[in-house]
Design a protein around this ligand. Structure first.
Ligand code: SAH
Length: 224
């Protein structure tokens, strides 16, 4: 079962587009977690996209959301979410709220989501949409995410949605035993998706697929 929001009525055209996105972009490419597919079917992605681009909301790619930032391609959102192995009980930390869409997906699949964003205007807009949808288990804060959010740690899952030269050192420290961290790691222009699993004092690291994210800015990230 997934968490439900306020259930505001949605255009059936968008619902159809979403259904098509889930089948053709996600299921067909190998996303298997049924709860992830259901969350992607449920969350109205178009509401997280600037109004003049909503017609493109369910296209197979990233889109600009202002301030030089982007909302990730639906497939990448689904893939990173699946890698976090959420069952519904987790406390999750996200670095890079952006539009709030990834946070919305996480909120349907976990108990509590904490999300950090360095641009106040993006954080505010994301909070507004999340509140409208009644997704009340997400807390957004303006701040430098590379330091994590130690007050609420440990987290069963951490997701970084901006590209870093390396996994910022403070973040694995905030993972619970058995917890998973997923992040794009590499240069400013191209990265590899990395998954880290904590097993007591060991960090087990896997490299997955090539991705392209906007840069993580600040300490442990890139200069502005
Ligand atoms: N998850 C977002 C996409 C994020 S784009 C979504 O679903 O729409 C990456 C975001 O990371 C941008 O909004 C950018 O401002 C933010 N960011 C970059 N460096 C950051 C940092 N050090 N701390 C917090 N947010 C950061």
């Amino acid at each position: 079962m997934l968490r439900r929001g306020k259930g505001r009525s949605l255009s059936t055209d968008y619902e159809k587009e979403r259904e098509h996105m889930v089948e053709s972009q996600l299921a067909r490419r190998g996303i298997k977690d049924k709860r992830v597919l259901e969350a992607m079917r449920q969350v109205p992605r178009h509401l997280f996209i600037p109004e003049d681009m909503r017609s493109l909301a369910y296209c197979d790619g990233p889109l600009p959301i202002g301030h030089g930032q982007t909302i990730s391609q639906p497939y990448i959102v689904a893939l990173m979410t699946e890698l976090l192995e959420l069952t519904g009980q987790e406390k999750v930390l996200e670095i890079g709220t952006g539009s709030g869409y990834q946070a919305a997906i996480l909120s349907r699949l976990a108990r509590q989501v904490y999300s950090l964003e360095r641009h106040a205007a993006l954080a505010q807009q994301a909070e507004k949409v999340l509140a409208q949808l009644g997704y009340d288990n997400v807390v957004v804060r303006v701040g430098n995410g590379t330091l994590g959010w130690p007050e609420h740690s440990p987290y069963e899952a951490i997701i970084i949605t901006a590209a870093a030269p390396e996994v910022p050192q403070p973040l694995p420290d905030q993972l619970a035993d058995g917890g998973r961290l997923v992040a794009p790691v590499g240069s400013q222009w191209s990265q590899v998706l990395v998954k880290v699993r904590r097993q007591s004092d060991l960090l087990i690291r896997e490299r997955l697929t090539a991705v392209a994210f906007v840069p993580l800015v600040g300490e442990y990230g890139w200069k502005e």
